[in-house]
Design a protein around this ligand. Structure first.
Ligand SMILES: C[S@@+](CC[C@H](N)C(=O)[O-])C[C@H]1O[C@@H](n2cnc3c(N)ncnc32)[C@H](O)[C@@H]1O
Ligand SMILES: C[C@H](CCN)[C@@H](N)C(=O)O
Ligand code: SF4
Length: 352
């Protein structure tokens, strides 16, 4: 078993393709020794592909109104929240500029599927143009599923990335998670964004009962789609939702997924999100092979997270200085803005 694992890791370090059998072996590894070997190989591959530079993403969740009713999400339309907000253009831009000045490489503009923006897509396109002009750094949009014409407008307005997570590529599980949403429409939105020249981020939830076979199927799809960023996020049970009583059980699977993604798709960006465990979860995610820190949120501005709406935000831990300390402890460093811009350009030129 252990010899087999060593061979698989060796293959990946030497840039040979991994078979489904290899992936299964990695995903079924449970003992501490094997896991540490997998994480160490993932770090070696990250270092080969990216050196010691880590990218930092500012997160601007500008509207928490949503027409959808995803079973796992705190912001689902039928959840009675104490408060929802839709931030003004001025507040959004000011926050993004502050984030940029604090040292992030990208602004992730995220919303619930808010009809205010979806009924008049130009509002969203204008927001992207204005933000791009004010910040001058790459922008990711995470607006949910929007029509192809709006996707095109967002690309024209300067959006570099379109993030849209399928959560699972098992259609039955999808139905149970993203209630009343169409699997294919969600996949097609990503293809439309790619054909407009945007880079794509795909994501999986971990701890939702997924099997190793589900994960391998997702890995194949992510490869075929040509995703430039791929993530796994541990499902965090949310108050007031149908999945509130579920155990939070995905942590180890998430770390394994980060490592397996790194070994299977060595040259993509892989997030370590501060949204699941706050700052205390960062080190292990970086040590598993992630190379982007996401969900950096300015304190005391009234902007929320997603999986953990408030954790560590007002304490100022989900900030560039908060993250810089951990990077240092892991022997990593914040990459420069030029390094990030170069990576994006190179990736866009690659095409699909
Ligand atoms: C809140 S949505 C924002 C964009 C848009 N509304 C959408 O759904 O695509 C972003 C992602 O957060 C993640 N997320 C939401 N609720 C979560 C939870 N309870 N635990 C872990 N991740 C969660 C899901 O992967 C979801 O796709
Ligand atoms: C899930 C969010 C990203 C949306 N593109 C954000 N809370 C994160 O963890 O990066
Ligand atoms: S995951 Fe996105 S689309 Fe689903 S309820 Fe939450 S905010 Fe809305």
């Amino acid at each position: 078993m252990s010899e087999n694992l060593d061979k698989i890791l060796e293959k990946s370090i030497e840039k040979q393709a991994l078979s489904d059998e290899d992936l299964l072996c990695l995903l079924h590894s449970e003992d501490e020794d094997s896991l540490q070997k997998i994480f160490s190989a993932a770090r070696e591959v990250r270092c080969r592909e990216f050196g010691d530079g880590i990218f930092l993403y500012g997160f601007v969740y500008f509207s928490t109104y949503c027409r959808n009713d995803c079973n796992f999400c705190y912001y689902r339309s039928s959840n009675q929240l104490p408060e929802r907000y839709r931030k003004s253009r001025e507040e959004i831009i000011r926050t993004a500029v502050d984030l940029k000045e604090s040292g992030v490489h990208l602004i992730d503009l995220t919303m619930g599927e808010d009809d205010y923006y979806l009924k008049d897509g130009e509002r969203l396109a204008e927001l992207v143009s204005e933000l791009k002009a004010a910040c001058g750094i790459p922008v990711m949009v995470s607006p949910g599923v929007v029509p192809p014409a709006l996707i095109r407008r967002l690309a024209e307005a300067g959006a570099d990335w379109y993030a849209l997570y399928q959560e699972t590529h098992n259609r039955d599980r999808f139905k149970g998670l993203r209630l009343h949403q169409d699997y294919d429409t969600r996949m097609q939105a990503k293809q439309a964004a790619a054909s407009c020249g945007m880079l794509i981020e795909e994501g999986l939830l971990s701890g939702i009962g997924e099997s190793a076979e589900d994960v391998i199927h997702s890995l194949h799809i992510m490869k075929e789609m040509g995703v430039s960023q791929g993530r796994s996020m541990t499902f965090v049970p949310q108050q007031g939702t149908p999945m509130e009583g579920r155990q939070q059980s995905g942590f180890l699977n998430e770390l394994k997924m980060i490592a397996v993604l790194r070994l299977y798709l060595p040259d993509i960006l892989i997030p370590a999100s501060l949204d699941v465990d706050g700052i205390r979860g960062l080190e292990e995610r970086l040590m598993s092979g992630a190379n982007v820190v996401t969900s950096i949120i300015p304190p005391a501005k009234g902007f929320a997270g997603v999986a953990n709406a408030y954790q560590d935000i007002d304490e100022g831990f989900r900030t560039v200085p908060g993250v810089a300390k951990i990077l240092d402890e892991c022997g990593l460093r914040r990459a420069s803005l030029e390094e990030y811009a170069e990576w994006i350009e190179k990736r866009k030129k690659r095409g699909f």
